[in-house]
Design a protein around this ligand. Structure first.
Ligand code: NDP
Ligand code: PYC
Length: 349
């Protein structure tokens, strides 16, 4: 919400820049100091630092207070050791043990890759997991391995289905990544709600209003006030019944298929401070080398050129790559206050 959609962030004096490795080490220290194992801390710190590097206002260091209050509430197991199950030639499952999804994905990634290459396609079904992060980081590395990848995560009931009268779906993002010859992988990553819940929080904090059609208040009346959405209101799907159908699909793939909770299944009311949805995640990895479309990466580059020719100058992922290029050169942009509180949380005086 704070960032023009087509331009990288331009940090002002309220921001500073820090090398990626330093940010990652700082975040790992914060996580470990607040109730995770070293392994979980490393996975979460890497994920969060990479999201911040790529300019994710709503899913970088902004999420740290939510992670920590969740750990303090006992809602999530910061020491969980994921159990990887080799279910079938094209199927890997992981029980994340009420831990975070990122260590579960780390534990299963090599088996998923091996199966996708052997069979042409493979699924990774993660259940009993908490995903509080940006989803493109789960698929982009697979595209860098030459695979086409899709990921689906459901979250917490805060989206009213099309025509409905109460929140049922999560903000349920879908991410896609595909290799591209001579360029960065093509990646998109989008919430199926009109706006991500994190961006509603950011808008409320900044005192901004939202466009019409994003949410309703506690009485079910349309509102542009983010605070009213957060205070007992709800979000709407993007694109009316079309986004609602995609959100339904995410519930089915990320929860019903994996054995995870639906977004409306869990009750965290006995864990004040809990923020991380206890759900599931599905990843699909496809080896395009097995398809009839030889030179898939060249075909995807041809498609990009055709889109440019048709007038679409900005591709999904472009903003994140531009942010990344700046961060690689100058360091990762972080709020000065945010960095100070991260240092305090890490016990650095
Ligand atoms: P955005 O609406 O910011 O962006 C959605 C996609 O559209 C991105 O791939 C973006 O590319 C692309 N895009 C944006 N503007 C344009 C444009 N003008 N032309 C072409 N492409 C464009 O994302 P959301 O707000 O929907 O989601 C934000 C994040 O929240 C995601 O990372 C998502 O995974 C995360 N999230 C996580 C949840 C969870 O349960 N873990 C739940 C909901 C959301 P670009 O990246 O280059 O801007
Ligand atoms: O921004 O909608 C969101 C979200 C939900 C869970 C993690 N992020």
């Amino acid at each position: 919400m704070n960032t023009p959609p087509n331009a990288p962030n331009t940090p002002d004096s309220s921001h500073t820049r820090i090398p990626l490795a330093q940010l990652e080490a700082l975040l790992a220290q914060v996580f470990e100091r607040h109730g995770t194992s070293a392994q979980v801390a490393a996975a979460l710190a890497q994920n969060c630092a990479l999201a911040q590097r790529d300019g994710a206002d709503s899913h970088g260091v902004f999420r740290i207070p939510g992670y920590l209050s969740t750990l303090a509430s006992g809602w999530v197991n910061g020491h969980a050791v994921p159990q990887v199950e080799d279910v079938a030639p094209g199927y890997v499952a992981v029980d994340a043990g009420n831990g975070f999804a990122q260590p579960a994905l780390d534990a299963a990634r090599s088996l998923l890759l091996e199966k996708a290459r052997r069979n042409g396609i493979a699924l990774l079904a993660i259940r009993n997991s908490h995903h509080f992060a940006a989803l493109w980081l789960d698929v982009e590395p697979l595209a860098r391995e030459g695979l086409v990848a899709l990921a689906f995560v459901n979250s917490m009931a805060c989206v009213v289905p099309s025509g409905g009268h109460r929140a049922l779906f999560g903000t349920n993002p879908i991410a896609f990544a595909a290799p591209r010859a001579g360029g960065e992988p093509l990646v998109f990553d989008l919430a199926t709600s009109a706006i991500a819940h994190g961006d509603v929080q950011i808008a409320a904090r900044a005192g901004h209003t939202l466009p019409e059609g994003y949410g309703v208040d506690r009485h079910g009346q349309p509102t542009c006030d983010p605070a009213a959405i957060l205070d007992g209101g709800a979000l709407l799907p993007f694109g009316g019944y079309k986004g609602s159908a995609l959100s339904m699909m995410v519930e089915l793939l990320a929860a019903a298929l994996t054995g995870g909770n639906f977004s409306f299944d869990f009750d965290w009311s006995q864990h004040p401070g809990a923020k991380t949805p206890w759900t599931g995640e599905l990843l699909i990895a496809i080896d395009p080398a097995k398809g009839a479309g030889h030179n898939f990466a060249q075909r995807s580059e041809a498609l990009v050129q055709a889109m440019r020719g048709a007038g679409q100058a900005r591709q999904p992922g472009d903003r994140r790559y531009a942010e990344r290029a700046l961060a690689d050169q100058l360091g990762v942009a972080v709020g000065v206050q945010e960095l100070a509180s991260l240092r305090a949380l890490a016990g650095i005086v």
